[in-house]
Write a protein that binds this ligand. Structure first.
Ligand code: ADP
Length: 306
């Protein structure tokens, strides 16, 4: 294979209670990336004209991932990566992860599929380390595996793909203020109370159980975060108004997507998710903050060749 084009999905990480260990992929939001083999043993990156992202492969997450993969494989070719960036950087729906995971997938195809999904996650984490200073996997794992992906362990890395009930839909609102993952990590408390940890463990277990038993109400009850949300919500204007609006509109539950500022809600059925979108829209329409809203099914396959 000398050339391919892919869809690299946006992802919602943390999923309220599962900080750094759980994420899911979206179906209708993502970047497009084209990979072309070159005879020059170089990684080159192009971006749309209006993009402020770096084209220097050492500064772009896709570049660092591709360079490392080609080096490890001792490849005798280079790659041109054209990124059609549709996920706004710093949105909290895995903009850097889509490029990192997309690069891992695309370069692996050009190499003849020599790496498995777990290895691709590990390569993609290099991009996340560049973007946020921390090699977290809760966005790149669902982008590569699809559906809900659990990072059971970081050392050694173990990713488990979970069941995704097929009536589950996600609504995401992205208020257009930039929150850098790096900054929103720094403000987190380093210690937590045991009683808060116990509550959080209960919710994570409840959420996983609900995904398997397809118990939508249990999924909703479990979407609670005692530890990270109270701190990170300070960066998100009208966070609690949005949350009240989606709960009143009938969402199962929700919270901050990744490190924010996007806010997500899960619903049973697309119609319900559209109703939730309407309720969220009303809240931000009263402000002068621009916003995007997406309604999407859960993407069960992750990266797709298009
Ligand atoms: P998000 O949670 O939406 O991914 P982050 O703050 O984690 O947002 O990542 C965005 C950061 O990564 C920005 O500083 C951006 O400059 C950097 N970056 C480097 N390459 C890319 C890329 N290809 N796509 C998106 N962000 C990139």
């Amino acid at each position: 294979m000398d050339k391919l084009k892919i869809f690299a999905p946006a992802t919602v990480a943390n999923v309220s209670c599962a900080f750094d260990i759980l994420g899911f992929a979206l179906d209708t939001v993502g970047d497009e990336m084209t990979f072309t083999k070159t005879t020059e043993k170089l990684v080159q990156i192009t971006l749309p004209e209006n993009s402020n992202l770096p084209t220097d492969p050492l500064k772009n997450v896709a570049g660092v991932v591709a360079i490392e993969m080609l080096k490890k494989a001792n490849a005798d070719f280079g790659v041109l990566i054209e990124i059609d960036k549709r996920i706004k950087p710093g949105s909290g729906i895995g903009s850097s992860a889509a490029s990192s995971a997309g690069a891992a997938y695309g370069v692996n195809r050009l190499l003849g599929d020599i790496y498995d999904n777990a290895e691709l996650v590990q390569f993609a984490m290099l991009g996340e380390a560049l973007a946020s200073g921390v090699a977290h996997a809760d966005n790149v794992a669902p982008a590569i595996f699809g559906g809900f992906a659990l990072v059971r362990s970081y050392s050694p890395l173990e990713v488990i793909k979970l069941n995704s009930p097929n009536e589950l839909f996600c609504t995401v609102i992205h208020p257009q203020i930039e929150v850098k993952t790096e900054k929103s990590r720094k403000i987190l408390k380093k210690n937590i109370l045991l009683k808060d940890a116990v509550e959080q463990w209960g919710n994570i277990a409840g959420l996983i159980s609900g995904l398997y038993s397809e118990d939508y109400d249990l999924i909703g009850r479990s979407l609670q975060d005692k530890i990270v949300e109270p701190v990170r919500s300070l960066f998100i204007p009208l966070f609690y108004d949005v949350k009240k609006s989606f709960m009143d509109a009938g969402a199962l539950g929700g919270g901050i997507s990744g490190s924010g500022p996007s806010v997500f809600a899960l619903s049973r059925g697309e119609k319900q998710a559209e109703k939730v979108a309407e309720a969220m829209r009303k809240v931000y329409s009263q402000t002068n903050i621009d916003f995007d809203i997406h309604v999407s099914a859960i993407n069960s396959v992750g990266i797709k060749e298009i």
